[in-house]
Design a protein around this ligand. Structure first.
Ligand code: SF4
Ligand code: SF4
Length: 255
């Protein structure tokens, strides 16, 4: 505005200013130095806009003081919030969300465009409020990350996945309800039960009495261990992190 109309009077009513991004703090300081008037107010202080002749009057309480600002143009900068269907997308794709409801990256510095779900990448305001420049840069990164498994033709599975002891699993389904990645299910198919009979050397009739056997999809499993912590029978554990191994680590640490 000041570039186009140098003698315009510009007032910014604000509560908090975050000059985020490269060069943005310098831009903010230059704008203030060039005479843009920044007036602070608390979010819960009264503010009203009423028409007066050709323009409007903004009446606002700013840090306890009643102020009036005649204006030709008022711009309302609304908050950036997640899309209304973010919750449903999160549920379908099982992408975790942060406390504000935006999708969560796997790691803010090391994996900024990845999500906890393999093959799902983030770009733009679905992750957090950002400008066009940052959205485009992130989209380039996400496209390149997505092209890696496509060009390679295969994906590597983590070695730390959940493992079910079919001998003691009673098919209660607790692990299914706590798994955040939909990686475990309770099955009662003939093939599963036949496999359990071989694995446990139990009689088929004994196993048939159970509700089923938990089966882990090793491609979906992230090895988070929630199922191992929740299983009432101690029938499921994470490979390389079973109870005995964890206790041995604690013993070694405490020694
Ligand atoms: S692994 Fe544990 S929690 Fe899961 S169905 Fe079997 S007994 Fe239940
Ligand atoms: S280790 Fe985590 S991701 Fe894997 S089956 Fe258990 S709860 Fe699901």
């Amino acid at each position: 505005m000041k570039e186009k109309i140098p003698d315009a009077h510009v007032t910014v009513l604000y509560t908090d200013v975050r000059a985020f991004g490269k060069g943005c703090e310098e831009f903010y300081q230059r704008v203030r130095a060039e005479g843009v008037n920044y007036v602070r107010r608390e979010l819960d202080e009264r503010i009203e806009v009423e028409k007066r002749g050709e323009g409007v009057i903004v009446s606002a309480v700013c840090e306890g003081e009643e102020r009036k600002f005649p204006a030709d143009l008022v711009v309302l900068a609304t908050a950036v919030v997640p899309r209304c269907d973010a919750e449903e997308i999160s549920r379908i794709l099982k992408i975790p969300r942060g406390s504000e409801g935006f999708f969560l990256e796997a790691h803010p510095k090391l994996r900024p465009v990845d999500t906890a779900i393999d093959g799902v990448f983030l770009a733009g305001c679905c992750q957090s409020p950002k400008d066009i420049q940052d959205s485009v840069a992130q989209a380039v990164g996400a496209a390149i990350r997505a092209s890696v498994p496509i060009l390679r033709g295969y994906v590597e599975v983590e070695p730390t996945v959940a493992f079910v002891n079919e001998h003691i699993c009673v098919g209660c389904g607790t692990c299914v309800s706590v798994c955040p990645f939909g990686a475990v299910s309770v099955e009662h198919s003939e093939a599963t039960m036949a496999r359990a009979v071989v694995a446990t050397k139990a009689k088929a009739s004994e196993l048939r009495e159970r509700k089923g056997v938990a089966v882990v999809n090793e491609v979906l499993c992230k090895g988070c261990g929630s199922c191992a912590a929740a299983c009432p029978s101690g029938a499921i554990s994470v490979l390389h992190f079973n109870e005995r191994q964890l206790l041995a680590q604690i013993d070694a640490l405490s020694a």
